[in-house]
Design a protein around this ligand. Structure first.
Ligand SMILES: [Zn+2]
Length: 136
């Protein structure tokens, strides 16, 4: 049996700190002016996962891509329970990046943003994307 995680990008997460197994980290990576991901070389399908072996839509090869850090909120909520090391309340949102995939972000403020509100990803917190609302 192959050893778990060998040959795949892994990162220690909360589970491994308490005796669980390290797992592949599929969270999007923020690079200052872009969110890193991949895009299908044939059908242009975007993904925030950087280690996809092939396109989930058409099985063509994926190539590295840089996506915009802005986009509209697809869904948002405020979480009022402890999750891992996160203390409530904190805001979560799914954001459709302007030229890319839908990504999960933590909101800088624990507020429920209206659907379609514009946000900008400004950084990371413990590996998760953090976004703030863009007011025009
Ligand atoms: Zn494809």
């Amino acid at each position: 049996m192959a050893e778990l995680g060998v040959g795949r990008p892994t990162k220690r997460r909360a589970g491994s700190a308490v005796g669980g197994l390290p797992v592949a980290d599929s969270r999007p990576v923020f690079a200052g002016d872009a969110v890193l991901g991949t895009r299908c070389s044939a059908c242009r399908y975007p993904s925030s996962q950087r280690d996809l072996p092939w396109c989930p839509a058409c099985y063509a090869p994926m190539v590295a891509e840089r996506f915009a850090t802005t986009g509209p909120v697809w869904s948002a909520t405020v979480v009022d329970i402890h999750v891992g090391t996160r203390k409530p309340p904190f805001g979560l949102a799914y954001v459709d990046l302007d030229d890319g995939p839908r990504v999960l972000v933590h909101l800088a403020e624990p507020a429920v943003l209206g659907l379609g509100s514009r946000v900008r990803i400004t950084g990371t917190d413990d590996g998760d994307l953090v976004a703030t609302e863009v007011r025009s």
